[in-house]
Ligand binder design. Sequence first.
Ligand SMILES: Nc1ncnc2c1ncn2[C@@H]1O[C@H](COP(=O)(O)OP(=O)(O)OP(=O)(O)O)[C@@H](O)[C@H]1O
Ligand SMILES: [Mg+2]
Length: 233
Amino acid sequence: MLSLSDVHVNYGHVNALKGISLQVDDGKIVSLLGANGAGKTTTLKMISRLVKPKKGAYEMDGKSMIKEAPSSIVKKGVIHCPENRRVFPLFSVEENLIIGAYNKRNKSVKQEMEKVFSYFPILKDRLKQKAGTLSGGEQQMLAIGRALMGKPNILLLDEPSLGLAPKIVNEIFSIIKEINKSGTSILIVEQNAYKAIEISDYSYVLENGTIALQGTSEELKNNDEVRRLYLGG
Ligand SMILES: Nc1ncnc2c1ncn2[C@@H]1O[C@H](COP(=O)(O)OP(=O)(O)OP(=O)(O)O)[C@@H](O)[C@H]1O
Ligand SMILES: [Mg+2]
């Protein structure tokens, strides 16, 4: 179980997070929703220890992570799939996947790669192709596949649906559900609130660096404010 409590993050004079608390229970899908600039990416970066909190608590299974290095967060199985896909464009699909397993022993790499192909068969067909020449949807699949190569206990996904056609978005969301069913907890950042709420057990809505609303999917779908602001009425 991962938990944040009263976390504050500043970038110089910008207070990006102003005391947020959230929890990702084992085996669950939790979504983090909100408008541009609300602090969603900052929250994931804080969890990966890419930005330092000014104040607050961060625990995994009851142990404080606040002083851990990014590499030890990865070793604990928290794997970050960043915003805008960020695959290595000049490396092949295969090389990108191997990079995702850098913290693992060689012998499991082939096995993990086969698991990735079971979710994303297209990546097997494109194995030797340079990642920069893949379509947007394929690059997103590769970015998720690369994160899976690190054998996540908790997968942090930053806007996996951004800029993709509805058909691909549906495909990616249903694979996210499958990944979760195989035992990986997921914290997903999305602007596509409707889709995210559909697959999540619990959601948080960030506004201006604070948690404005939270609840189960049922609660949020029935909340007038959420419907008006995020679900199109
Ligand atoms: N490196 C930085 N330096 C200064 N300000 C930053 C930095 N990164 C983010 N910010 C600011 O912090 C706030 C939160 O940014 P963040 O990227 O977390 O938002 P977000 O919710 O992910 O937005 P989006 O939906 O557009 O990706 C914004 O006001 C942003 O301008
Ligand atoms: Mg963001």
